[in-house]
Design a protein around this ligand. Structure first.
Ligand code: TEU
Ligand code: CA
Length: 557
């Protein structure tokens, strides 16, 4: 046996944490299922759909925030970390959700937003009363003169990151909306409060935590450093020691700035920090160099392959990837990377194959398993604070209306937030009332009810991919290798362990394409594919995807 193969075997024989073979489903509660007709999804709605998630086969649910909140940023502005917002239900509903999910072997992962709180949190209400208030130092204040903020830091949602408070004669920092004041992580009391709160949720039985904008925790505002400050990793280590270590909690940090080098720290297998991070490199390619996501550019496909492959190889056996194409901040992947018209079903399955064949923990965002698509609405119908902020700023700066709307159609966060399409009943079966955000009119064709009935649906394709991960450990541990790096249509790679080799082939175009490979795969077993029978070897039909498996032999490298 070669050295590589020995290494492959050692890792697969080690006892693995549960989340290395898990698939996680993200729920955006406001848009998932409304149980009481007020137009807003809620906890009882989620409970009523747990059987659906069990059928899909997911191991855990990442729940976007349901804490008490004025909902300025749909719950990412928390006013009480230990209570549930009345629009979603009560703490008793939350306990019921945890227990009902557990019965179905599903863990609940809480979304922890502690870079900032709501300005309506009692800490901030106190903090802004005076400089001498005991909570003042829970937030980040700088002296200055009204009208002249301390520095040029900008809010992600438009305008300055500083807001003046006359009572204190000071500015407070908010890297997001002014209703989201940044917590002062330099204050040990703040960090202690966070640890206590996390333990409180762990004791209630949750399965883990997703940490919102974790890379901002160590900010050094006077040096204009927001991401990856000097104290970032010490703070995470401290938190891990206080809360996560010696538990089986899964932890995933959201880190827009993460490079593979950083990710090796965050996801160090020694457990000193987190289980994994969300990195966004592959998500930030279809935009103009050095600009924002609103400055659209076509996806550079070769770069896309190279970036995803880099993450696969750099973290192999030294860290852990999270795998995702969608979340509540991103457009729908079938509209973005696939074809949401004539090849919607094929391309949704192709993207699923690509992602679920890789190493890491796959995340499915609600509706992705149905191939839900982007939406186009009238400006007045949009709700998202980010896209409205962008529109206001760019409109004032003279951008043409048409360009702004195109950017919103392509990248606006409301694309992901339209209500879940459960059936062809009015409003897609999401609510009996008026939904808080318009339901995508295509719900008559695209809905869960019809896909659960149809064995060939995207839903069942995801179900099979999840089942494959449980069955073939090579999907969890296998070494990744990119093939055909220069091919401008096909994304191809292998996964290899001691016994098995998998080949994943994905056509990213609406044409039938030919390609050639050195290795012979003609007799390989087809694990899954999105056409009834696979193509003749060496060709792929429009958006075709296939995953093949064969036994590894001595002469294979
Ligand atoms: O997002 C982090 C963040 O930086 C976003 O502003 C992101 O850049 C943007 O959505 C991409 O278009 C997290 C949450 O996921 C997001 O929903 C919150 O609005 C944000 O933090 C503030 O809590
Ligand atoms: Ca409701």
């Amino acid at each position: 046996m070669g050295k590589e193969a020995l290494k492959d075997r050692n890792i697969s024989e080690k006892q693995q944490p549960w989340w290395k073979s898990a698939v996680i489903y993200q729920i955006y509660p406001r848009s998932f299922c409304d149980s009481n007709g007020d137009g807003i999804g809620d906890l009882q709605g989620i409970i009523s759909r747990l059987d659906y998630l069990q059928e899909l086969g997911v191991d855990a649910v990442w729940l976007s925030p349901v804490y008490r909140s004025p909902q300025d940023d749909n719950g990412y502005d928390i006013s009480d970390y230990r209570d549930i917002d009345p629009i979603f239900g009560t703490l008793a509903d939350m306990d019921e959700l945890i227990a009902e999910a557990k019965k179905r072997n599903i863990r609940i992962i809480m979304d922890v937003v502690v870079n900032h709180s709501s300005d309506e949190h009692v800490w901030f209400r106190e903090a802004k009363k005076s400089r001498s208030n005991p909570y003042h130092n829970y937030y980040i204040w700088r002296d200055g003169e009204e009208g002249t903020p301390p520095n040029e830091l900008k809010s992600a949602f438009g305008g300055s990151a500083w807001t003046w408070v006359p009572e204190c004669g000071q500015y407070y920092l908010h890297l997001f909306s002014e209703k989201q004041p940044d917590l002062n992580w330099e204050n040990p009391e703040v960090r202690h409060e966070v640890h206590e709160m996390l333990r409180w949720w762990a004791d209630r039985g949750v399965g883990g935590f997703r940490l919102d904008v974790v890379d901002l925790f160590g900010k050094e505002v006077d040096k204009m450093i927001t991401k990856e400050g000097t104290m970032l990793h010490p703070y995470i280590k401290e938190m891990s020691k206080a809360v996560f270590c010696n538990t089986d909690l899964v932890t995933v940090g959201e880190a827009w700035s993460a490079t593979p080098e950083r990710a090796l720290l965050y996801s160090n297998p020694d457990g000193s920090e987190l289980s994994m991070v969300f990195q966004f490199e592959h998500i930030s390619l279809d935009q103009q160099e050095g600009k924002t996501k609103w400055d659209l550019a076509p996806l550079p496909f070769l770069k896309f392959k190279q970036v995803l492959s880099k993450w696969q190889t750099e973290l192999y056996q030294r860290g852990w990837n999270s795998l995702f194409f969608e979340n509540h901040d991103l457009p729908r992947s079938v509209s973005r990377f696939g074809n949401d018209r004539e090849y919607r079903i094929e391309s949704a399955k192709m993207l699923a194959t690509l992602l679920h064949g890789m190493q890491g923990t796959p995340y499915i965002y609600q509706g992705q398993e149905l191939g839900m698509t982007n939406i186009r609405m009238e400006l007045s119908e949009y709700q998202d604070i980010e896209l409205l902020g962008m529109y206001r700023e760019r409109k004032a700066a003279g951008y043409p209306e048409e360009e702004l709307m195109e950017a919103i159609y392509a990248k606006g966060r409301d694309n992901a937030r339209t209500p879940m399409q459960w059936s062809d009943a009015p409003n897609g079966g999401f609510t009996t009332g008026t939904p808080w955000l318009k339901v995508n009119p295509n719900y008559k064709q695209i809905n869960a009810y019809s896909q659960v009935q149809d064995g060939n649906s995207i839903f069942h394709y995801y179900r099979k991919l999840i089942a494959l991960r449980k069955k073939h450990s090579v999907l969890v541990d296998g070494r990744y290798e990119l093939l055909l790096p220069e091919d401008s249509s096909v994304f191809a790679y292998t996964r290899t362990d001691e016994k098995t080799r998998l080949l994943v082939l994905c056509n990213f175009t609406a044409d039938t394409v030919a390609f050639s490979m050195d290795e012979d795969w003609t007799d390989a077993e087809v694990l899954i594919g999105n056409y009834e029978s696979p193509s003749a070897s060496g060709t792929l039909r429009p958006y075709e995807a296939v995953m093949l498996k064969k036994q590894r032999t001595a002469e294979m490298k």
